[in-house]
Design a binder for this molecule. Sequence first.
Ligand code: UD1
Ligand code: CA
Length: 449
Amino acid sequence: MQLRTIILAAGQGARMQSSLPKVCHALGGRPLLHYVLDVSFQMDPETLSVVISPNTPDVEQVIDEFSATCGCKIYTSLQQEQHGTGHALMAAYEHWKKATGPVLVLFGDTPLLTQATLEKMLNAYQQDPNPAVVVLGMQCTTPNSYGRIELDAQGDVAAIVEYQDATPEQRNNPLGNSGVMLIDGAKLQGLMDQLTCDNAQQEYYLTDLVLLARAQGERVMWVEGCETELQGVNTRIDLSQAEAVLQKRWREQAMLAGATLIDPHSVYFSFDTKLGQDVTVFPNVSFGPGVRVDDHAIIRPFCRIEQAHIQEGAVVGPFVHLRPGSVIGSESRIGNFVEIKQSEIGKGAKVSHLSYIGDTDLGEGANVGAGTITCNYDGFAKHRTKIGSRAFIGSNSCLIAPVEIGDQAIVGAGSVVTRAVPQEALAHSRVPQQNLESGAVKYRRKRSS
Ligand code: UD1
Ligand code: CA
């Protein structure tokens, strides 16, 4: 069966009170729209198109980023002015006009939807004769402003009444409309031709297809989904609730896959965080996108980790910031108040306290003393530092990049290293110490006289 999928994402999202289009807002480390694109592709559609509004480069970029990572074709249709969800589907006309199979209409603002739920809709559609429309509803337990699904005596859908148009009695109906619809492509044109905007919002409601189909004697079925999964994001409060749902899903997945989260509620994941087996994550750790943690690694409290790879058995934290491009070698130790960026830390190496390691290759078993700074930026360009295996960098050293420290070399504490240090050499660049006999006594006397 050939399925065509159309995502409506041209709405202004006014209730977000934002200069950024709603579907570009971040959820679990990526834009809202990416979740809807993801679940759409899981349905293996013949074509996938997104309805967007003109002059929204942010939305176009979000779509381009997705198609670049998945290597798939995504069509876009422009809805010049926003006159409702039915009007948005009209804008995608060229992508459904030739449809003979089902057309799946999704909303860009309903990100938590799963493939299993969409499959349930497809199953309902595949009856003989097939219904003209299948809608996805939910039993609502909390007050909301979703459209209400009204059933007939057979339990089929008689109508969907938008909240703004509903009587108080209709609003009390707990059966809410998720907005997701599966429509018989062969009947779509005939229904769309009759759509009007005679309602409270003066909009073309997609939901009116139900009444129109019924008026033609067609069957309209509904499938039940779960309220949390079908949540639409209209405000930032909704966005935070959707985030909470995702975080709960991811925490549970991580634990079921063999990671220990000591206080799951205080660990924040991104959509692509990967934790290996027997990884332990202490409280208050947040993972940005692009993080992989291999087996047996330990992440101690209060770490922020983004675009980084922590290898087997490494121990990171407390209070560590791993920025993009950090590879933390197996069995290495990264201790408190250390920031690492674009650097590769060798197997078993140690950076235990208060250091900045940027654009650096740190060799196996090397030891970086407290307060070491790689001075990677000269105000114009970034430069690399290379530290050999089993090298020892004394505390409070500045390594001015580009610079290379040889294998097993030692840098004395407090040094400012500007030139290469050969293998096994000892470098120090401190001002020689002077001791003035009774100097302390003389100094105090002078100050208190
Ligand atoms: C819609 C449904 C409502 C349902 C709710 C579920 C209609 C008329 N109402 O209401 O029954 O309970 O979703 O979340 O369908 N869009 C466009 N162009 C437009 C208007 C909207 O592309 O002109 C897109 C939006 O970007 C959004 C989606 O359609 O992704 C839904 O629009 P929205 O205005 O949020 O509809 P709701 O009021 O939530
Ligand atoms: Ca909505």
